[in-house]
Design a protein around this ligand. Structure first.
Ligand code: UDP
Ligand code: MG
Length: 311
């Protein structure tokens, strides 16, 4: 089994994380197991701590990226390096409790290739919880394939699933969606989402918004369809109004007044057009990103023995 953990500036969490992870891994049957940390361009002492840990424990591999590539890319790096037949994906901040790993593995042993943690009992402040709640439901209703609700990245993946994920060519990755896309037998286990052990969230507001947009645009063209639908609705409304205006002119001999109505209509339509220009722009921007074909990450250092890379 391998554990894949991307992290950014988590020096205050790492000692506790390592302690709890070791305790869990020691208790697992089989082995040798492996823990792969990917340091996503930390500016604190995280990588130093990881180097020490890797030197002291042959099960630990520490990889540092050349800069901050973002959580999803760091996760892809971790997936590229893990060699286990079963792979656990988790966050470094102990919001995903390591003690839950055996429960996920037990479910995997029943034949499920993807076992994800369904997040229950979140501890974040309520406005954020409302956003998470709405986001997962919005994206599930828009996506072209069924996406499980409240499923984060914490999961157990079979080797087959990891290989398929690695072979996906796309740049903008929303892994929890791609994980569903891959298919095979999947199931969720309700696992309480703990509070972050120390430090502050590395997902600022805009990073979260970007992740949400990545998820939405990668799994749905509904925003494009919305433009067409709104256009059709606008044309229908206009035709009705034209009919009324003609009737008023011919039968009642008066033209409807309307400087205010004119202003409202013009600014509203201009706004809608700009909005959907932006939506189209999002898709085009993503096409551009894909066409550049840059790698997801660049590795600076690998400490510890990652073992033989899989073909
Ligand atoms: N993380 C990362 N690169 C980033 C941002 C975050 O590797 O650019 C890691 C972070 O260290 C943590 C995980 O991704 O292990 C989830 O981030 P965080 O806990 O800050 O997000 P939240 O749980 O608040 O959404
Ligand atoms: Mg967290």
């Amino acid at each position: 089994m391998s554990i894949a953990i991307p992290l950014l500036n988590e020096e205050r969490v790492l000692p506790e994380l390592l302690r709890r992870l070791r305790a869990v891994v020691d208790g697992l049957p089989g082995g040798p197991h492996q823990i792969v940390f990917v340091d996503d361009g930390s500016t604190d002492g995280s990588f130093g701590l990881l180097q020490q840990a890797a030197a002291a424990d042959p099960r630990i591999v520490a990889i540092s990226l050349s800069r901050n590539f973002g959580h999803q890319n760091a996760l892809i790096a971790a997936l590229d390096y893990v060699t286990g037949d079963v792979v656990v994906v988790m966050d470094a901040d102990l919001q995903d409790p390591p003690e839950a790993i055996p429960r996920l593995l037990a479910e995997h042993a029943l034949g499920y290739e993807v076992v994800f943690a369904s997040r229950v009992g979140r501890k974040e402040p309520w406005p954020l919880r409302v956003c998470y709640y709405l986001f997962y439901r919005l994206i599930a209703s828009m996506a072209d394939l069924p996406l499980p609700l409240d499923a984060g990245d914490f999961a157990v993946l079979s080797r087959r699933v990891v290989e398929h994920l690695k072979n996906l060519p796309e740049r903008h990755r929303y892994l929890r969606g791609l994980r569903s896309w891959v298919g095979f037998r999947q199931t969720g286990v309700p696992i309480e989402r703990s509070e972050r052990f120390a430090g502050t969230s590395k997902y600022g507001f805009w990073k979260l918004v970007r992740l949400a947009l990545d998820g939405m645009f990668a799994f749905s063209v509904a925003p494009l369809r919305a433009a067409a639908l709104l256009g059709a609705a606008t044309i229908s409304a206009t035709l009705i109004y034209v009919a009324y205006a003609l009737y008023a002119k011919i039968a009642l001999h008066r033209s409807p007044p309307g400087f205010t109505a004119l202003l409202v209509a013009v600014t509203l339509l201009a706004g809608i057009q700009l909005l959907f220009l932006g939506v189209i722009g999002e898709y085009i921007g993503r096409i551009y990103e894909e066409s550049k074909g840059r790698p997801h990450y660049i590795v600076r250092d690998v400490v510890g023995n990652p073992g033989r890379p899989r073909p």
